[in-house]
Design a protein around this ligand. Sequence first.
Ligand SMILES: Cc1cc2nc3c(=O)[nH]c(=O)nc-3n(C[C@H](O)[C@H](O)[C@H](O)COP(=O)(O)OP(=O)(O)OC[C@H]3O[C@@H](n4cnc5c(N)ncnc54)[C@H](O)[C@@H]3O)c2cc1C
Length: 290
Amino acid sequence: MHPSSFEYFAPTKMEEALDLLSKYKGDAKIMAGGQSLIPLLKLRIASFPYVIDISGLNGMRGISEEGEYLEIGALATISDIEENEMVRERYTILHEAAVQIADPLIRNRGTIGGNLSHGDPSNDMPSVAIALKAKMEVIGKEGVRLIEGDSFITDSFTNSMNEGEILRRVLVPAARGSTGGCYIKQKKSAGDFSVAAVAVQLSLNENESIRSAGIGLTSVAPKPLRAIRAERFLEGKKISDSVVKEAAKIVVSESDPSTDFYGTSEFKKKVLERITEEAINVSFERALVG
Ligand SMILES: Cc1cc2nc3c(=O)[nH]c(=O)nc-3n(C[C@H](O)[C@H](O)[C@H](O)COP(=O)(O)OP(=O)(O)OC[C@H]3O[C@@H](n4cnc5c(N)ncnc54)[C@H](O)[C@@H]3O)c2cc1C
């Protein structure tokens, strides 16, 4: 099927993009990699009179550590993240999520900004952003503001950006000291969305107790979830079998999976419990050497 007709713009400067968004307020849609948007347009699930393709905006594709943060431009593709050596070595959780997204063709076009902004509870990057306690830097005509990773997605396919705003960068607290993370995605087949997935990031104190825990969940609620009660349970504790099992049970109690093509709600909870135990153990092992 062909999409409804629309006027297409390809600005190269942020100011130009923001002007277009303001001029066509309510009727314009941003496109980055197009890997989620184009299928929606082609199936006519959505239509917009104006499409603003931001993929040519300058300076929004970098990945670098600057002071307190790993800064990822919103136009960095999933492949850019997958192939970045520093990310692979020091932000393993991001690398692990990236390599499991769709297939290389989609990863070459799809961007981290689009993956996050789309608000699909089955997209992998939002729960990773939650676990990493990342901040979203958004820009609009009124200026720049930061949104916490766990409040960026407010509901299925809904984010907390105002109309006219663009996600410009993702700011991930720099990995320092004994820190380790892990993304475990249970899927039916390679390249598929998950049955359930969990992102865990742990930082340790000198005595190996948990200084801070970040836990994000994919595909087990109408939106990506932060398992905040499980995080609080873990913080200050030393890892043991019983602590890990109890934390995984708390994670399950915070989830709300629906029964669908990927399995029943009960099945997804069982999967979530198992992968959470594994993710906490792996993250702890990585933090010990991190
Ligand atoms: C067959 C298939 C399988 C897939 N499998 C997976 C998977 O396993 N895991 C997974 O996580 N994803 C998966 N995806 C989704 C894929 O990762 C998309 O690339 C991603 O969700 C969207 O990124 P994009 O740059 O293409 O965004 P686009 O499609 O261009 O945009 C998506 C949405 O985000 C908005 N947007 C984009 N960039 C910005 C920005 N900078 N600021 C504000 N709003 C913005 C757009 O307006 C639109 O609403 C799959 C997609 C397909 C087609």
